[in-house]
Design a protein around this ligand. Structure first.
Ligand code: GH3
Ligand code: MG
Ligand code: MG
Length: 340
């Protein structure tokens, strides 16, 4: 384990370095407080530090304060070395952020034992951070597919809607639903259904750019947010996804299994003022229902209300049939290719 030894006195530094190296530490030395703060920065810097109190420039307590004022998430266990014995000095050192202190000259065995305490505390800290990260991941991701879960993708949609309004940027949402998925479960069982969902999820994730977002919205329904894609591009991407799913051989059973997907899309950079994320999903969902009604394995586009209203005013009519724009069905066939 790495340890930083900060002491302006070269001989004390050398003695400490030798002793700690014999105990198995990888020692990094600093000649003053500023040097210490610098060497305690960066992802690979030591997390254990032995810092002399009296140093030119930044003294030990100032080093502690500088380290504790950072918010980089890495905890550094700091032991102050001091010849000060008065309790008010010790209190000052601990209040500056030191974890422990040792009075010089220090007993090597006591120093090693105190450092072992530091290592134990750092291990505990690592486990806590790991547990926190694990909990954060579980709270935001779907357990079966490892995609973003419904709550997270909806929150992301709210954020992207706000950004689209603020920056006038294009935002597309794609709601994708596996066709006749119930048949997969009915014919092959739930475990095969689960495997198909996992593979479909990773296919979707691989079909988008790294800054687009993919979430599991419901059972066999996925929500994709394409950032900065205009309507034509979003349509093309949805078609590509639909085709990729249609062509993909799902390896969930001994023989090849094919499925298809219907997709509803919605794109705009000019959203109605009071429109919420769930209004957007509802509109895309209506386009998805049309895709289902019109044979499945196809993409249908919903036009944002704002644009529809403008067009209706321009056209001077309120023809219900104009309320949703239909893309030509470019799929080779609309029959279900579920080979079940
Ligand atoms: P449609 O083409 O109209 O979408 O038909 P569908 O069969 O895909 O849709 P339906 O809503 O009738 O059925 C969805 C099925 O998805 C029913 C449900 O049991 C299944 N399902 C939902 N979540 C999971 C899951 O986590 N694992 C598995 N194996 N099945 C799931
Ligand atoms: Mg379905
Ligand atoms: Mg469904």
């Amino acid at each position: 384990m790495k340890i930083l030894v900060a002491d302006d006195d070269a001989i004390s530094r050398r003695i400490m370095e030798k002793m700690l190296e014999r105990s198995g530490y990888e020692v990094i030395t600093a000649e003053d407080g500023r040097d210490a703060v610098e060497k305690l920065s960066g992802p690979d810097s030591p997390r254990l530090a032995l810092v002399d109190w009296m140093m030119p420039g930044l003294d030990g307590p100032s080093v502690c304060r500088a380290i504790r004022s950072r918010h980089d998430g890495r905890y550094i266990y700091i032991t102050l070395l001091t010849s000060k014995q008065a309790s008010e000095d010790i209190v000052l050192g601990l209040e500056a952020g030191a974890d422990d202190y040792l009075i010089k000259p220090c007993n090597p065995e006591e120093l090693k034992a105190r450092l072992r305490t530091g290592v134990r505390i750092l291990d505990l800290e690592d486990k806590l951070v790991e547990a926190r990260e694990d909990m954060r991941y579980r709270a935001t991701h779907d357990a079966l597919t490892a995609l973003l879960n419904r709550g997270t993708i909806v929150t992301d949609l709210e954020r992207e809607l706000a950004r689209s309004r603020r920056e006038n940027g294009m935002l597309s949402i794609l709601i994708c639903d596996i066709d006749h998925f119930k048949r997969v479960n009915d014919l092959y069982g739930h475990a095969v259904g689960d495997e198909v969902l996992r593979q479909a999820a990773s296919l979707l994730l691989n079909s988008v750019r790294s800054y687009d977002l993919v979430g599991r919205y419901g059972g066999e329904e996925f929500l994709i947010l394409l950032i900065g894609c205009n309507a034509a591009l979003a349509q093309r991407r949805a078609e590509e996804i639909r085709t990729a799913v249609q062509k993909f051989t799902f390896g969930a059973i001994d023989s090849p299994l094919f499925i298809t997907m219907s997709i509803g899309t919605l794109t705009s950079n000019d959203w109605q003022k009071d429109m919420t994320a769930s209004d957007l999903v509802n509109q895309a969902d209506k386009a998805l229902y049309r895709a289902k009604a019109e044979g499945r394995n196809c993409v249908r586009n919903a036009q944002p209300l704002e644009q529809k209203a403008k067009q209706e005013v321009d056209a001077g009519r309120h023809d219900q049939s104009q309320r949703e724009q239909t893309l030509p069905d470019t799929s080779a066939s609309t029959h279900t290719r579920l080979h079940v």
